[in-house]
Design a protein around this ligand. Structure first.
Ligand code: PHE
Length: 343
């Protein structure tokens, strides 16, 4: 009998579980109403008198140890569950973190700035609310100049607080005026930023969009330098190596040109976007008008320069075949998520 009790003692001492059903079956097995302890007490009457004391003691010890074991196990289980309530199951794999994506405008802006920074251009920025001088007059567009109509402008009403003629900048050429005022040639800078024009919103144009404009001023800068710079840029960005410059007009450059790249006519889309010509207009450019240099305090006898400007939305629409400019501003996650893989 003592041997049997000792064997059970060993089993009770070894029991270790934090599972509800295992603790419960341990309880039933040892101290349940038909359990081992009960059965052993039933057999106690057959124990010879001289052993009764020792067996009785051992039996009571078994009973108390088993009761204690159940109590400890339940306490341990409860405290584990309480912790789980706060921290969850710490051994579970973590929930995947949803990564955001860059906006296509930022992606393209970064691409353009990195291409120009490789050939020594710095990035310059300026205010979106601009005065008339920096947006127009300094750029060879005096008051009443008819070319002011080329860019429909949002003007800010004059009031006690607004004394100067203020407006929302229509291009980032205004930043270049500021830059020329503050820096001496040689100047190599690009100005990315948001611009505003009072235009009807359609699939092709919006009243708010983004530009990158570039400015290069040094001694002996020629039109050939401009063309070479633009060729380098279009090769890097589009992987296309054929461009042409068509004569055009901008008040701040002379001569001025529109830049077309040869996109090709390989697919139906190529036909559609180039209207069957294979050529696509991507930006405006020209040699900085000496008047503009003078207005910004640069010696126009000594220095020459070129400037160019492009719309980021237009470039992004070409690069990613985006059919409608309005998609950039709708914050539709299904649209934006498509740029996750692009850097
Ligand atoms: N500022 C012109 C525009 O917004 C672009 C441009 C910049 C053209 C520099 C020529 C030279 O349309």
């Amino acid at each position: 009998m003592l041997d049997k009790i000792n064997k059970y003692m060993g089993e009770v001492a070894q029991f270790n579980s934090l599972k509800v059903d295992e603790i419960e079956s341990f309880r039933i097995k040892f101290i349940g109403s038909k359990g081992i302890v009960k059965t052993l007490f039933g057999e106690f009457k057959d124990v010879p008198n001289e052993q009764k004391k020792a067996v009785g003691q051992a039996l009571n010890e078994l009973k108390n140890t088993a009761i204690e074991k159940v109590k400890i196990s339940i306490e341990a289980l409860e405290s584990e569950q309480a912790e789980k309530g706060i921290y969850g199951d710490l051994t579970r794999p973590g929930a995947p973190v949803e990564l955001g994506s860059r906006h296509p405008i930022s992606i393209v802006k970064n691409k353009i700035t990195s291409i120009f920074s490789r050939i020594g251009f710095t990035v310059s920025e300026g205010p979106e609310i601009e005065d008339d001088w920096h947006n127009f007059t300094a750029l060879n567009l005096p008051e009443y100049h008819p070319a002011r109509d080329m860019q429909d402008t949002f003007f800010i009403e004059k009031s006690e607080d607004v004394e100067k003629d203020m407006l929302l900048r229509t291009h980032t050429s205004s930043v270049q005026v500021r830059y020329m005022n503050e820096h001496k040639p040689p100047i190599r800078t690009i100005s990315p930023g948001r611009v505003f024009r009072n235009e009807d919103i359609s699939a092709r144009s919006h009243c708010i969009f983004h530009q990158v404009e570039g400015l290069y001023i040094d001694t002996d800068v020629s039109f050939a330098d401009l063309k070479q710079t633009l060729l380098y840029f279009t090769k890097e960005l589009f992987g296309k190596s054929k461009i042409r410059l068509r004569p055009s007009y901008f008040p701040f450059t002379e001569p001025s040109a529109e830049v077309d790249i040869y996109w090709g006519l390989e697919t139906e889309t190529d036909y559609r976007i180039t209207k069957g010509t294979g050529w696509l207009e991507i930006m405006g450019c020209g040699m900085v008008d000496p008047n503009v240099l003078k207005n910004a305090g640069i010696d126009s006898e000594k220095y020459t320069g070129f400037a160019f400007g492009m719309g980021i939305e237009r470039i992004a629409m070409l690069l990613y075949q985006i059919p409608d400019i309005r998609m950039f501003y709708e914050n539709d996650v299904k649209f934006l998520e498509q740029f996750k893989a692009v850097q």
